[in-house]
Design a protein around this ligand. Structure first.
Ligand SMILES: *[C@@H]1O[C@H](CO)[C@@H](O)[C@H](O)[C@H]1NC(C)=O
Ligand SMILES: *[C@@H]1O[C@H](CO)[C@@H](O)[C@H](O)[C@H]1NC(C)=O
Ligand SMILES: *[C@@H]1O[C@H](CO)[C@@H](O)[C@H](O)[C@H]1NC(C)=O
Ligand SMILES: *[C@@H]1O[C@H](CO)[C@@H](O)[C@H](O)[C@H]1NC(C)=O
Ligand SMILES: *[C@@H]1O[C@H](CO)[C@@H](O)[C@H](O)[C@H]1NC(C)=O
Ligand SMILES: [Cu+2]
Length: 533
């Protein structure tokens, strides 16, 4: 271990919770005209920036994010609601953010302060709008807790090593959503983004081409890159020419180091990789070609260049801005998710056989059956439609039985302390995300079954009718949504809500006490005219 990183390690391990502090952020949510890929459009962004600014905090810190809703553009949603993806939010479900699950949206010209407590969570997270499809319009950004058990494995970890991938659309989200929901054939409308962006910069085949993002390294140093997939639809394959990637964190879970050459990152997922600057001083391609799902024949004159999602790894001392070499094809050893082993407490909850838990849910999802729209997604034949009264408010008012929730709320009750197994059957590559927990991927998309030390994370893709199996322990009372992170699928119904320990949400040591500002959200929102919702 180098002396500098040893000192950093000592500093961080010797000064733990005692220094827990309160950190305040102001998020002014505004409409700004931005051109991430050379095409200018109105957006919904934090403080005028895409992606939004970094939230950085340590274990035990309290983070207060004062959200001022200054949205004015009538062609997009005017209200907002922000989800802090991956944070457990113990006793804090009211600040989780999904509209109508844990809160009513924040009305225009109103504020709401999200209090977030990182507890013991370290690693890489992100925030995004969780009202309708608003995050496609730009409201996305990173959250990092830099403390880490793998700290000795790298020298540099700061804002310069954040790699935020995202798809970008030229059509505004409400219009995309309407097209998607009205269509009768999924494949004909699965929206193809116009570009893939790296740290907010992308290229189409026709618009002016912004300079590629550059990540500068010093020869001999080791860099921790935090790769966040903030996509709405597209997945990316990530590779750095000539450099291997040692994965040390997956969705906030520290993981035994695993070296690969490339990895696929689904919407919502995060990876931290250590990259050694051990090649000749030069410029190298960072590649993240994008795969949108079920892409129909591309419309004529469509500007998407999904192969052109590139950045530059620049060694200090190298000449020129870009590599002189051809952009290489993706090659070498890919990440296989089932090879990821959590660093601590790796065993899955429950007993090591199918159904060896307190509660099993079999969820089968499919599309194309909604009698009204002719479209939509269903889990066990139910299309999730958000209630007008948020699930959390219902629970706080005494709802605790399946019959206390509407059929379309697809709400499943679990008890405090239950070990839970969820089997998910349905088409491949739908990234399932659970709020309030990480889960053990007992059987993931690779089909491998492992109860001893399976990957633990908060988003994992489906695998067709062979199914995937995830497990978690119900140790966090609150309503937590489990949904497909392809945003349009979620909007069209691809979700269930776990009402976890509803009685304990109301009273006792794990209860949730939202406060007056939260109580005021629904009356204000419900009084809004339609165009301000
Ligand atoms: C948000 O809008 C309010 C009202 O128009 C204005 O007073 C305030 O300065 C705006 N906030 C910021 C940070 O621009
Ligand atoms: C918000 O405040 C601004 C500035 O005071 C005002 O012009 C606008 O009409 C308000 N919008 C709403 C929806 O109340
Ligand atoms: C964090 O970890 C400490 C030590 O293991 C434990 O005592 C504490 O309860 C944990 N806090 C949370 C919020 O989980
Ligand atoms: C990001 O997520 C999207 C949606 O699943 C996926 O298509 C894409 O491959 C992911 N990107 C990366 C780098 O994994
Ligand atoms: C759930 O699915 C598994 C795997 O197909 C099956 O063995 C089990 O019987 C099912 N359980 C229920 C409750 O349907
Ligand atoms: Cu999906």
């Amino acid at each position: 271990m180098q002396l500098s990183s040893l000192l950093v390690t000592l500093f961080i391990t010797l000064l733990p919770q005692a220094l827990a502090e309160t950190i305040n952020y102001n998020f002014n949510i505004v409409n700004a005209n931005l051109a991430p890929d050379g095409f200018s459009r109105s957006t919904v962004v934090v403080n005028g920036q895409f992606p939004g600014s970094l939230i950085s905090a340590n274990k035990g810190d309290t983070v207060n994010v004062l959200v001022q809703n200054n949205l004015t553009d009538p062609t997009m949603r005017r209200s907002t609601s922000i989800h802090w993806h991956g944070l457990f939010q113990a006793r804090n479900a009211h600040n989780d953010g999904p509209a109508f699950v844990t809160q009513c949206p924040i009305a225009p010209n109103h504020t709401y302060t999200y209090g977030l407590n990182l507890g013991n969570q370290t690693g890489t997270y992100w925030y995004h709008s969780h009202l309708s499809s608003q995050y496609l319009d730009g409201l996305r950004g990173p959250i990092v807790n830099p403390e880490d058990p793998n700290l000795g494995l790298y020298d540099v970890d700061d804002e310069s090593t954040l790699i935020i991938l995202g798809d970008w659309f030229h059509t505004l989200a409400p219009e995309l959503e309407a097209q998607y929901k009205l269509a009768t054939n999924t494949a004909s409308v699965e929206e193809l983004p116009q570009s893939g962006t790296i740290n907010g910069v992308g290229r189409t085949s026709t618009d002016p081409q912004p300079a590629r993002p550059t990540f500068t390294v010093n020869s001999g140093q080791r860099y921790r890159y935090r790769i966040i997939n903030t996509s709405a639809i597209a997945r990316f394959t990530f590779q750095i020419q000539g450099h291997s990637l040692t994965i040390i964190e997956v969705d906030g879970v520290a993981t035994a180091p695993l070296a690969v050459d490339n990895l696929i990152i689904h919407p919502g997922q995060r990876y931290s990789v250590v990259v050694q600057a051990n090649q000749p001083v030069d410029n190298y391609w960072i590649r993240a070609p994008m795969t949108a799902r079920a892409v129909p024949p591309v419309p004529p004159n469509w500007a998407t260049d999904s192969n052109n999602v590139n950045a530059v790894l620049h060694y200090v001392g190298a000449a020129g801005a870009e590599p002189t070499s051809e952009i290489p094809a993706i090659s070498g050893t890919p990440l296989v998710e089932s090879n990821l082993v959590p660093l601590t407490d790796p065993a899955a909850p429950g007993s090591p056989f199918p159904g060896g838990v307190d509660k099993v849910f079999n969820l089968t999802f499919k599309t194309g059956e909604d009698p009204v729209t002719g479209h939509g997604w269903r889990v066990n034949d139910v299309q999730y439609i958000p209630p007008t009264t948020p699930t959390l408010l219902k629970i706080l008012s005494g709802a605790h039985d399946p019959s206390d929730f509407g059929t379309n709320e697809n709400t499943l009750i679990i008890n405090r302390g239950d070990t839970v197994e969820v089997n998910i059957f349905g088409p491949r590559d739908h990234p399932w995300h659970l709020h309030g927990h990480t889960f053990s991927v007992v059987k993931g998309a690779s089909g491998v079954t492992n109860y001893v030390n399976p990957p633990r994370r908060d988003v994992t893709p489906s695998n067709g009718n062979g199914g995937i199996t995830i497990r978690f322990t119900a140790d966090n009372p609150g309503p937590w949504v489990l949904h497909c992170h392809i945003d349009m699928h979620f909007e069209a119904g691809l979700a269930v809500v776990f009402a976890e320990a509803p009685t304990e949400v109301v009273s006792g040591p794990d209860s949730v006490d939202p406060g007056d500002d939260w109580d005021a959200l629904c009356p204000i929102y419900n009084a809004l005219p339609l165009d301000e919702q």
